[in-house]
Write a protein that binds this ligand. Structure first.
Ligand code: SF4
Length: 400
């Protein structure tokens, strides 16, 4: 099977908290063992909404990478880089902007939503309107096949697919495409060429998706074919031109269930977070002072966990026996709230301990982190350059 390439980024706009850990980082740590992964600091994206506070971005970049590494993202398994250190993203963004209808950008649902949500900022900027296209450039430049997203980001991936399709449609028609594709088929050898033709017919005549998938896998696995021939065969398979930019798939990640200290979703804007590098004393204090079921005014008043934010944390951290202890103890006033909170404090501290130990090692040695990022940028840039070479050639910009 062809190797999946996963791309994901995060905006550097402040210190990371348990919501990021449960919602994104644990997923990244798992993905890095399953696929080729590229994780990037989306500093240009941060500027689309924080253009007037660049100092926050600058401060957060390195701290964020430390948090990633501390959470278990491993540079031996994943490429970690900073978006602005790979300026090819900007070049592809500019080139794609030439073929992007304005209406496609205006209809991206997050455009209006975010403008309303962040109404204190003036987001009637060119950069903000274009950020889904910048995101498309981020994805397409690495030919990423999988992008982990939450439900609200699915339209962005659909948009990226449309852009890739439009690009391939306009620029994938090199002179003599059919002859070159036929020549590439012959390079597969007798048996495989026949199989390719058979699967191509099955897809084009009856829309057989399985045949399409099998043919794609066969091409990807084929040894000794040049990249150009592979792209021709992939394009010819679907009846189009050469496929230069790959349409990514989205990988839906369940929305983070991590509740904040007030029972709402954990988020910096609600001021209800526990950051990954919060001191144990501060963590304990924050949880001890969490609001509980307002009906439990006195220790002897029974309560209802369903009305208490502490219960939501038990749902994340406690096993069945502990949950049963909370349910019975709360409803019968058999336990007090401080008693009920202690196992949550212990569990959060236990979760944070190894993260904080690793973070301390990285924080002590900034060169280590800088080296990880420098190597990641180099690896990312190599991939980006390859795509840009093809893009420039297809768009007639390959002057020599
Ligand atoms: S006993 Fe636990 S679940 Fe019940 S109100 Fe107190 S903190 Fe909340």
């Amino acid at each position: 099977m062809a190797v999946e390439r996963v791309l994901s980024g995060m905006r550097p706009t402040g210190s990371l908290h348990l919501g990021h850990y449960h919602g994104v980082l644990k997923n990244w740590v798992r993905l890095q063992h399953e696929h080729e992964c590229l994780f990037f600091v989306a500093d240009w994206h941060a500027l689309t909404t924080h253009y007037d506070t660049p100092e926050v971005i600058e401060e957060s970049v390195w701290e964020m990478v430390i948090d990633w590494l501390a959470a278990g993202v491993d540079p031996a398994n994943a490429t970690i880089f900073i978006q602005s250190r790979v300026p090819e993203h900007a070049e592809l963004h500019t080139l794609l902007s030439m073929i992007t209808p304005l209406s496609w950008l205006e209809r991206v649902p997050t455009y209006k939503d975010q403008q309303e949500r962040l109404s204190s900022k003036d987001l009637s900027t060119y950069g903000f309107l274009g950020y889904p296209l910048l995101q498309s450039a981020d994805i397409l430049i690495y030919k990423a096949t999988q992008v982990p997203v939450g439900e609200d980001q699915i339209p962005h991936i659909e948009f990226t697919r449309e852009i890739a399709r439009r690009f391939n449609h306009i620029y994938g028609k090199e002179p003599g495409f059919e002859e070159k594709a036929e020549a590439a088929i012959r390079k597969l050898g007798n048996k495989r060429s026949a199989l390719y033709e058979e699967m191509r017919n099955a897809y084009q005549e009856t829309g057989d998706e399985e045949a399409l998938m099998a043919a794609r896998a066969m091409i990807e696995e084929q040894q000794g074919l040049s990249l150009g021939d592979k792209e021709r065969l992939l394009g010819y398979l679907e009846g189009g031109g050469k496929i230069i930019l790959i349409e990514p798939e989205y990988k839906l990640t369940p929305a983070s269930k991590m509740p904040g200290l007030d029972g709402q979703k954990m988020s910096k804007s609600y001021n209800n977070t526990i950051s990954l590098r919060e001191s144990p004393d501060a963590v304990a204090k924050k949880i001890r002072t969490m609001p509980t079921d307002p009906a439990r005014i006195r220790r002897t008043d029974p309560g209802d966990p369903a009305k208490c934010p502490v219960w939501q944390l038990h749902e994340v951290y406690s096993d069945d026996a502990r949950k049963e202890w909370v349910q019975t103890g709360c409803k019968s006033a058999g336990i007090g709230c401080i008693e009920c909170k202690q196992p949550v404090i212990d569990a959060v501290l236990e979760e944070l301990k190894p993260i904080q130990e690793r973070a301390a090692q990285y924080a002590e040695d900034p060169t280590l982190v800088k080296n990880v990022v420098a190597e990641g940028c180099e690896r990312a840039r190599k991939l980006a350059r390859e795509t840009m070479r093809e893009v420039r050639e297809a768009m007639g910009l390959n002057y020599s």
